[in-house]
Design a protein around this ligand. Structure first.
Ligand SMILES: Nc1ncnc2c1ncn2[C@@H]1O[C@H](COP(=O)(O)OP(=O)(O)OP(=O)(O)O)[C@@H](O)[C@H]1O
Ligand SMILES: [Mg+2]
Length: 502
C-alpha cells in the first residue's frame, strides 16, 4: 500500500448566496485507503464531493490528482481523469435502461459504436458483467424508472465502476441500501481498496465508519476539524468532533400514559406484498415496524394512507372504518405518512422551503381566496426553528438544502398538522446524529399530545431505543409484537426470519 496522496483538495472554499459551504477545506485521499468523511447535516460533505467531481467550481483552492491540477468545474474532465462519484441524490435518467445509464455519455465514442450504430448487445453484456461483479441481481435492459431506490443506487455504483475510476466517492450510499446490499457493497469496497483504488466514504452511521475506514476527516460548518487514523478513535470522540459538544443518551426515551385505541388494523391484505397484517395502536404510543426489506411494512403504510389498494381486511381510525383511496382523504381524516423516498414522492424540488413545508395545509394560510405568502413564510420560518432545518432562507428552493435538512423540512410539513396517527417511514435516514436525537424528542412530544405514532425503521437499535412496542413483519404478515421491556435485537431478528412459507 502506498501512502502517497492520490486525490487532494487544497484549501477549497465554496460560497453559495448566504452560506459559506466550504471554508478552506483540505482533504487528501491515498491510493488503497478508505477515507471516511463525516459531519452533521449541512457540514459541507456533499459540496466537497461536488467540487471533487467537477460539479461545482470552487471559489478558492484547487483539486489535484497525483499532483496534477484538475480543471475547475468540469465533470467530464474529472471523470476522464478517473474520479467516479456516487452522488447522494441520484443522477440517473429514469427513461433509459440500466445498461444505457451505466454507459451514459460514453456510447458515442466508446467501444459500443460500430459504424453509425450503437451495439446494444455488447453494452448489455458489459453492463451485466459489471452488475454481476457488484453482486447486483438486475437485468441491464430494465428501465431505471422501474427500479427500487436500492437498485438505482447499484446502477450508480456500476456506472462509476464502468469508467475505470481510480478514486471512488460514495456520498451516503447506505442511506438507501438494504442490509444485504450493504454487506455486498462493503465487500466491493474492500476489494477495490485492495486493488489500490482511493475511496471516500460518507455516512451518518458511525458503525460503518469504524467498520470500513482507515482514516477519517471531520467537517463542521464548512471547516476542516481533524483528519486522523480511525484506530484509537472512540465513538464519543468522533461525535464530539462532529457536533462540537457532548451528546448524552441518543434516544432519551420517555415513558408515557397510553390512551384509547386510535388505529386498529385486522387481516389487511392486498393480495400481493401484504398478506395478513394486524395491529393496534393507542394514543400516546410509539409502535415500531421491524422486518426485512420486502416484508410489507411500507406497503401496509401506503395501503392505510390510500396510496395502495387493499383487497381484504379492515382498518378503523378513532373507531371509524377507513378505506382511503387517496392520501388527501387520509390527511383530512387525521392520518399522515412520511415517505421513505423523499426524492420521488416527498420533495417538490422546484418549490421553496416554505412552500414545501406548508404545501399540505395551504388552507391555513388563506386570507380571502388567496394564500397569504407572508403568513406562509412566517409559519415556515417558525417550523424551521422548531425542527432545526438549516437554511439560509425559507424562500430558497428546497433542492438547495443538504440531504438531512430536506428530511427535517419534510417532517416539519407533517408535524405542522394536527393528526391522530402519524406513520414515519425511515424518518432518520440520512439524518445526522444530533438531528436524530432532536427528531426522537419531537416524536415523543407528539405522542405526549395524544398522537399515535408508527415508526418504520431498518435501524433496530433505533426501534428498541424509541418504541413502546415493536410489531415484526415477515413476508407480508405481522408475525409478532414485542414489548419494549425484554425486547432484544435477537428476538426481533428471529421473528423477522421466522415465516419461511411460500
Ligand atoms: N446548490 C446550492 N445552493 C445553495 N446552497 C447550497 C447548495 N448546495 C448546498 N448548499 C448549502 O451548503 C451547505 C452545505 O451543504 P452540503 O449539502 O454540502 O451538506 P452535507 O454535509 O452534505 O449535509 P447532509 O449530511 O445533510 O447531506 C448547506 O448549508 C446547504 O444548504
Ligand atoms: Mg450531503
Amino acid at each position: 500500500m502506498t501512502t502517497r496522496a492520490a486525490l487532494e483538495a487544497h484549501a477549497v472554499t465554496k460560497i453559495f448566496p448566504g452560506v459559506k459551504a466550504l471554508d478552506g477545506v483540505t482533504l487528501e485521499v491515498r491510493a488503497g485507503e478508505v477515507h471516511a468523511l463525516v459531519g452533521e447535516n449541512g457540514a459541507g460533505k456533499s459540496t466537497l464531493v461536488k467540487v471533487l467531481g467537477g460539479a461545482h467550481a470552487p471559489d478558492e483552492g484547487r483539486v489535484t490528482l497525483d499532483g496534477v491540477p484538475l480543471p475547475h468545474g468540469d465533470p467530464v474532465a474529472a471523470r476522464r481523469a478517473g474520479i467516479g462519484i456516487i452522488y447522494q441524490e441520484f443522477t440517473l435518467v429514469p427513461e433509459l435502461t440500466v445498461a444505457e445509464n451505466i454507459f451514459l455519455g460514453r456510447e458515442a465514442r466508446g467501444p459500443f459504436k460500430r459504424g453509425p450504430f450503437l451495439r446494444g448487445a455488447d453494452m448489455v453484456r458489459d453492463a451485466r458483467a459489471i452488475l454481476e461483479k457488484l453482486g447486483a441481481d438486475l437485468d441491464p435492459r430494465t428501465y431505471v424508472k422501474r427500479l427500487s431506490v436500492g437498485a438505482q443506487q447499484q446502477v450508480e455504483i456500476a456506472r462509476a465502476l464502468a469508467s475505470d475510476a481510480r478514486v471512488l466517492v460514495f456520498d451516503e450510499p447506505s442511506a438507501t441500501l438494504t442490509d444485504q446490499e450493504l454487506t455486498r457493497l462493503f465487500e466491493t469496497i474492500r476489494e477495490l481498496r485492495s486493488r489500490g483504488i482511493a475511496i471516500v466514504y460518507i455516512s451518518h452511521r458511525l458503525e460503518e465508519v469504524f467498520d470500513l475506514a482507515d482514516r477519517v476527516t471531520v467537517l463542521r460548518d464548512g471547516k476542516h476539524v481533524v483528519t486522523t487514523e480511525i484506530d484509537g478513535v472512540t465513538r464519543t470522540q468522533l461525535i464530539h468532533w462532529m457536533v462540537g459538544r457532548e451528546l448524552e443518551d441518543e434516544y432519551a426515551f420517555r415513558p408515557r400514559e397510553h390512551g384509547e385505541t386510535v388505529l386498529q388494523v385486522e387481516s389487511l391484505s392486498d393480495g400481493a406484498r401484504i398478506r395478513d397484517v394486524s395491529f393496534t395502536l393507542q394514543r400516546g404510543e410509539v409502535l415500531g415496524f421491524a422486518g426485512l426489506v420486502g416484508s410489507g411494512r411500507t406497503e401496509s403504510a401506503l395501503s392505510l394512507f390510500g396510496r395502495l389498494p387493499r383487497t381484504s381486511g379492515t382498518a378503523a381510525l378513532c373507531g371509524e372504518p377507513i378505506d382511503f383511496t387517496h392520501p388527501a382523504q387520509a390527511l383530512k381524516r387525521g392520518l399522515g405518512y412520511l415517505t421513505e423516498d423523499r426524492k420521488k414522492h416527498g420533495i417538490f424540488g422546484d418549490l421553496s422551503v416554505a412552500e414545501n413545508i406548508t404545501v399540505s395545509n395551504l388552507f391555513d394560510y388563506r386570507t380571502g381566496p388567496f394564500v397569504s405568502s407572508r403568513r406562509q413564510l412566517a409559519a415556515a420560518d417558525a417550523a424551521c426553528k422548531t425542527f432545526d432545518v438549516r437554511t439560509s432562507g425559507v424562500d430558497k428552493k428546497i433542492a438547495k438544502l443538504s440531504g438531512g435538512n430536506q428530511q427535517k423540512a419534510l417532517l416539519a410539513r407533517l408535524l405542522c398538522r394536527d393528526l391522530d396517527v402519524l406513520i414515519l417511514d425511515e424518518p432518520t435516514r440520512g439524518v445526522d446524529i444530533g438531528a436524530k436525537s432532536e427528531i426522537y424528542q419531537l416524536i415523543y412530544d407528539l405522542a405526549d399530545r395524544g398522537m399515535g405514532i408508527v415508526m418504520i425503521s431498518s435501524d433496530l437499535p433505533e426501534l428498541l431505543g424509541t418504541c413502546d412496542r415493536i410489531a415484526v413483519f415477515a413476508q407480508g404478515r405481522t408475525v409478532g409484537v414485542v414489548d419494549r421491556d425484554g425486547a432484544t435485537q435477537e428476538k426481533i431478528m428471529e421473528l423477522a426470519v421466522s415465516e419461511d412459507v411460500a
